[in-house]
Write a protein that binds this ligand. Structure first.
Ligand SMILES: Cc1cc2nc3c(=O)[nH]c(=O)nc-3n(C[C@H](O)[C@H](O)[C@H](O)COP(=O)(O)O)c2cc1C
Length: 392
């Protein structure tokens, strides 16, 4: 006889799931499969410090967990970083700005990990010139050439690398983030040249920022090509998560059952009022409304500034990890696609008090994040195996 599960869906409905064919044999736990998150246990001791440090670098935060990094190790004592031009988000990140922020985060973790092994890293950005502003023209030119030198000074943030996770749950609205903690986070960005930071944890002032997040999320979710970009990168259930080990990994039982029952259409945007639609909307509404503070990073908008923003961002998130504060980027309002234009302008107005940038020389908000305390610890997200990132 079929084993039947009655499951309450996020949107409130109840489904009967005939689980025998698709779900038996799988763990019903919502934890990600252990193999997909093995990187978070840290690397094996390895003769080559570059590989050891790269194992830390690939835990970097990055948009949609695309993990676009390629590390070329053919030169002794040198790591040359390139990007994989197929791992981009042409609809929500049409200029590759966010992808390069993810490269900056990767680079910073690499430098911190090399220092832990006693090396200082001499970083040359864009040794063969910058990548084009046009994604379609991205090629194999290096983003950075890192040469290992003796006498690296250890960085205390190293201890937080494997603890850092992006909290993608509602924050505890009974717990405010205090102004001193915000100042500590802002301070971490001071060591990154070209990057400025601001933020607020003042309860009286949060409402326009929360509203911006929610309004901008709706634009992304209701614009067919932008929501489809996320849906195509969504991995549901242990088998898919293990197969890809990237993208947006969803492993909770209600979502797996919805998927099994064909209620999660991967070919079309969710229909209005469908369970998938309601689940998606309520997730972002919860993120926005439970934000207990906001922090943003800005700089001019040349390719190197984007890398610098990523370096500053991950340092700030590592420090937040140490302080037990959740930092969650909500990037929708910063996305440079036409339908987002009004929210892009508002984002610049309410953070920098200035109009949206018109050129790369203008101050640009590079990261916009909500702050708060999680009700339970954030999960580690999958990463591909180290060898997938290495070219020798
Ligand atoms: C430039 C950038 C933009 C991001 N934007 C968002 C976002 O809009 N929404 C979100 O949930 N996470 C966002 N993130 C977080 C990533 O989704 C997250 O880093 C990735 O899934 C890996 O998870 P981890 O940080 O827990 O390792 C962003 C990260 C970066 C670096």
């Amino acid at each position: 006889m079929d084993r039947r599960n009655f499951i309450k869906l996020a949107g409130g409905g109840v489904v009967v799931a005939a689980t025998t064919s698709h779900l038996t044999g799988c763990s019903l736990s919502s934890a990600y499969p252990a193999e997909a998150i093995e990187i978070w246990h840290g690397p094996q001791e390895n003769a080559d410090p570059r590989r050891w440090a790269l194992a830390y670098a690939i835990t970097a935060p990055n948009p949609h967990n695309l993990q676009p990094w390629i590390a070329d190790l053919h030169e002794p004592n040198v790591i040359t970083i390139r990007t994989d031009p197929t791992r981009v988000l042409p609809n929500t990140d049409p200029f590759g700005r966010q992808i390069l922020i993810g490269h900056g985060a990767f680079l910073e973790l690499l430098v911190i990990a090399l220092a832990q092994k006693g090396f200082s890293a001499e970083v040359a950005l864009w040794p063969e010139g910058e990548l084009s502003t046009q994604l379609q023209q991205w090629d194999q030119r290096p983003i950075a050439r890192i040469s290992l030198q003796a006498n690296g000074a250890k960085d205390p943030l190293f201890s937080q690398i494997l603890q850092r996770h992006t909290p993608k749950t509602d924050f505890d609205t009974s717990k405010a983030v205090d102004a001193t903690a915000l100042q500590q986070l802002l301070k971490t960005t001071e060591t990154t040249p070209g990057i400025r930071a601001g933020g607020t944890v003042d309860a009286e002032k949060l409402s326009p920022y929360r509203e911006l997040c929610w309004q901008a999320a709706q634009v992304e979710l209701l614009t067919p090509r932008t929501v489809m970009e996320s849906i195509h990168l969504t991995r549901v259930g242990p088998a898919e998560i293990l197969q890809h080990r990237d993208g947006i990994s969803l492993n909770s039982l209600p979502i797996r059952i919805m998927d099994t029952l064909g209620l999660f259409d991967r070919k079309n945007p969710p229909e209005k009022d469908s369970q998938a639609y309601k689940a998606m909307m309520s997730r972002y509404q919860g993120f926005s409304q439970s934000a207990m503070g906001f922090i943003w990073l800005s700089g001019t908008n040349h390719r190197s500034d984007q890398i610098q923003a990523g370096r500053a961002y991950v340092r700030m998130q590592l420090r937040a990890t140490e302080l037990g504060i959740g930092v969650h980027p909500l990037s929708q309002a910063l996305q440079e696609f036409p339908e987002m234009q009004a929210h892009y302008a508002t984002a610049h107005q309410i953070t920098l008090k200035r109009a949206a940038p018109k050129s790369a020389d203008d101050e640009t908000v590079q990261m916009f994040c909500r702050l708060g305390y999680t009700l339970k610890p954030a999960s580690a997200t999958p990463r591909r195996t180290l060898e997938k990132f290495i070219k020798v």
